[in-house]
Design a protein around this ligand. Sequence first.
Ligand SMILES: NC(=O)C1=CN([C@@H]2O[C@H](COP(=O)(O)OP(=O)(O)OC[C@H]3O[C@@H](n4cnc5c(N)ncnc54)[C@H](O)[C@@H]3O)[C@@H](O)[C@H]2O)[C@@H](O)CC1
Ligand SMILES: Nc1ncnc2c1ncn2[C@@H]1O[C@H](COP(=O)(O)OP(=O)(O)OP(=O)(O)O)[C@@H](O)[C@H]1O
Length: 509
Amino acid sequence: MQGFKEVNAPTITPPLSQPKRSKKRHTNLTLDKMMEKFLQQSMDTDEKFYRFEEQRLKIEDKRREAEHARELQMLQMLGQMLAGISSTVSQRSQSIPASPPRRANHRSYADNFNYNAMTATLSPPIVIERSFSLHRTHTLKDMENIFQLVRNVIPPLTGKKHKGQDGRIGIVGGCREYTGAPYFAAITALKVGADLSHVFCTKDAATVIKSYSPELIVHPVLDSPNAIHEVEKWLPRLHSVVIGPGLGRDEVLLENAKGIIEKSKVKGIPIIIDADGLWLISQQPSLIQGYQRAILTPNYMEFSRLYEAMLRDPVDSSDHHGCVLRLSQAMGNLTVVQKGERDLISDGEKAWSTVVDSLLYKDELHHALGSLSTMTLLTETYPDCEDCPLAGKNKSILHVLFTKHKEKAVSVKYFCDGHVLVCSHEGSSRRCGGQGDLLSGSLGVMAHWAFVAGAEKTNGQNPFLVAAFGACSLTRQSNHQAFQKFGRSMTASDMISEVGTAFNKLFET
Ligand SMILES: NC(=O)C1=CN([C@@H]2O[C@H](COP(=O)(O)OP(=O)(O)OC[C@H]3O[C@@H](n4cnc5c(N)ncnc54)[C@H](O)[C@@H]3O)[C@@H](O)[C@H]2O)[C@@H](O)CC1
Ligand SMILES: Nc1ncnc2c1ncn2[C@@H]1O[C@H](COP(=O)(O)OP(=O)(O)OP(=O)(O)O)[C@@H](O)[C@H]1O
């Protein structure tokens, strides 16, 4: 697991165990010793945690490999069975007229088997439909379709616009400790194409952030007594707000962030919540629950915290898709982007399959599919997902629906409890801090673009899903390009330099 590399890295001998001491510090030996002891203990605890994490990850990797091998084996079995059926059926039904040609928009595991010979000879038809989410990863064509939706929402560059029209984004975060995170998010928003990028941070952080970049508008208000009001004044001029990069966990700052979220909700502004903003949400989920103009972008730790807070259960590491879906549903169908080796994106919506894959006889199909333990067979007709008695009850997102057509025929529909978009665009194995800030900054802009573009441009898809896919792929492409140049020494700043070319490569061609 690439994402854990920094956790697993061998512990560098900590300089803290042999601190350089000044003469003055010698005068206070007891305090010094206590400090050393305390630091040593805290390092030991850290080390234990990382060792435990490492073991846990190894076990998880092994389990995944075994699961994958089991699935492959089952599919091979299914293939063999269907090949057997195919030859029997062809012999039996030579006199039956050919069925009409089938659509084959999507590749599925079924494509590995030679259905064509048999489908040409069968009637009446048994139709297998399968869900988009059946894929472990999307096909190139599926990915291209989503990319096209992202392209659709990008506003054209014309000479007719005035400054600000293509996006005025606010970043709420930045304190004494963390000045990089809000900078990364805000500058990325500009590089993606926003016209103006505001940072609302503490007084301490403001001068530092300003010195990184004259392009950013920096408001040193987040720790002022009337912080909420100071930010509220700006809200009517903002198209979206990103809450959390470098916010920290100081109670006063979190309380102010809470007030800003509440004011933004009243104004209907799209809100992206990341980093310590997610910490706040895991303490008070009702703050954002049900506000469907919000997008949450948790990393592994943030996701676990939120999931446990909402579902009172640990994350089920054998069902990542299901977990993302359940968290989104529990939050009231907010868009959730779970960042990781593959970014999983969901708004908790239920989805049906639409693609016809093949035609088979009922009995043989029952027999063949019965060997796949992850599938559930229904023999009744259920017109839609809401009516299906299994929806929501089964932990697996995959079900199979049989619908009787005629005496010997059934249609078979695969469907899932919900729709999970997967962004597995190539990135790199480098996991330097700040990558998530690039994602939240670019999402701030894209959420605004997709939101104002309208349903026609997103083909009826939730605009925030389209925006999230766009921002994830852009972040990963920037990561990929920077890694090509700098390898292990790549940092978030190197990724920012790549945002422009990455954007062109993905969306302007
Ligand atoms: N230059 C900067 O100013 C930066 C500031 N940052 C800010 O730092 C603050 C704290 O963020 P953190 O992400 O450290 O806080 P968290 O408390 O969420 O993360 C805790 C720890 O979890 C570990 N972790 C992350 N992914 C993991 C995984 N997949 N498996 C196991 N462990 C994992 C991390 O190493 C981290 O030390 C936020 O405000 C954030 O915005 C970061 O954005 C990084 C850059
Ligand atoms: N293992 C991985 N392989 C490939 N890409 C990854 C991996 N983990 C994360 N990413 C990519 O990096 C981006 C940022 O995710 P990450 O988990 O680093 O966020 P984060 O921890 O919140 O970042 P930050 O350091 O800014 O707080 C994600 O959009 C994802 O595309």
